[in-house]
Ligand binder design. Structure first.
Ligand code: SAH
Length: 347
């Protein structure tokens, strides 16, 4: 006999679970109990669900599986950053990172296996996009990091950034479902203000987020405010142009009143000239925003080189002179390839 293909129980909503029990002549609240085991208590097997009868557990076991992630390998950096290689139920691997500072612990989570975009400076772009992560696979990364944060740093996770592998807005529905669980009472109950979604800039999806009046923050990997320059390092910018991006960001601000963060690396010979800074200042005028100058983390043979201190100083001075907030961020976890753009499953 062919083995029956069991269904993924975590694809069911609370309502689905309630009706599952009702149609079996059982009580609907059993569905709530299962839901709580799956999401709030993070059960990995039906045997864990001790407030259900043995019969009920057997029935569930026969029809469903609980897919869950497994932290395959954990590496700890000298600066305390922890990188996890996370194995999914089908054997694929993504990475997620815990970044502790004196004030907060931040989870940096992945949204896709690989990435469909082609940023020239990013290690993840070298992997083709294999598939989107499911909502539960995104959610589980956060739960795993929250546990590590409590275990190693004696405090719960305080912030989440979607800056791991993949383009979150290319996995829009699953991203929103995951955030819904992360912020909901039946999940982790985290405030959406502590969540930042970082996008390379997909105008249509930014508009959609604005229409849904989401409450989390938005960061955009800008890297250049000059159309040709940006296209040379982020080729998709030829069709998803800077002017479309700019309009979508104006719309975002109108709808959400939430300030945008521009992530920006300054590279030698790419965007280290006066006119590059001027273009950025101009771009920042359109919607309230701040600039985060991030350090370049080399990924290979040296096509890209971080610009020198002088260029960085020019950016900082010029932006500040125009009243634009700018921060210079140092990378964390470089020694274990856990820094921005370095996530590429070396294992
Ligand atoms: N796809 C999303 C999120 C993943 S990348 C996005 O593009 O925003 C997270 C951040 O790391 C982005 O700002 C990205 O531009 C930046 N990044 C990518 N490669 C990098 C590298 N080698 N060094 C420094 N930052 C890098």
């Amino acid at each position: 006999m062919e083995p029956v293909q069991k269904k993924d129980i975590r694809a069911l909503s609370r309502e689905d679970l309630r009706s599952f029990f009702l149609t079996r002549g059982d009580q609907a609240y059993r569905g709530d109990q299962v839901y709580e085991w799956l999401w709030k208590k993070g059960a990995h097997s039906f045997a864990d669900m001790t407030n259900l009868s043995k019969d009920t557990r057997t029935v569930l076991e026969e029809e469903y599986v609980i897919n869950h992630i497994e932290v395959d390998r954990m590496q700890r950096s000298q600066d305390g950053t922890i990188k996890n290689a996370v194995r999914l139920h089908d054997g694929l691997v993504v990475e997620s990172v815990l970044i502790p500072t004196s004030k907060r612990t931040t989870a940096c989570v992945s949204s896709q296996v690989g990435c469909s975009l082609d940023c020239k400076f990013c290690a993840t772009a070298r992997l083709k996009r294999m598939r989107n992560l499911n909502p539960d696979e995104i959610y589980d990364q956060v739960v795993a990091i929250d546990r590590q944060s409590r275990l190693y740093y004696n405090r719960p996770l305080s912030n989440i950034v979607f800056m791991g592998m993949g383009e979150p807005l290319m996995n829009y529905n699953n991203l929103l479902k995951a955030i819904h669980k992360i912020t909901g009472d039946e999940g982790l109950g985290m405030s959406p203000r502590r969540i930042t979604v970082s996008t390379s800039g997909v105008p249509k999806m930014i508009r959609k987020l604005a229409d849904e009046e989401v409450k989390f923050k938005l960061a955009v990997s800008l890297h250049s405010a000059v159309q040709e320059t940006r296209t040379s390092i982020m080729p998709f910018n030829a069709s998803l142009t800077l002017s479309d991006l700019r309009e979508s960001l104006v719309y975002w601000y109108q709808k959400t009143r939430s300030k945008i963060t521009y992530e920006y690396v300054v590279w030698e010979g790419v965007n280290d000239k006066r006119e590059d800074v001027d273009a950025l200042v101009e771009f920042c005028r359109f919607a309230p925003s701040k600039v985060n100058l991030i350090e370049y983390n080399p990924i290979d043979d040296g096509d890209f080189k971080q610009a020198g201190d002088q260029a960085i100083a020019m950016y900082v001075e010029t932006l500040e002179a125009h009243g634009i907030t700018v921060t210079v961020r140092r990378s964390r976890g470089k020694d274990i390839d856990a820094a921005c753009g370095q996530l590429a499953n070396k294992s």
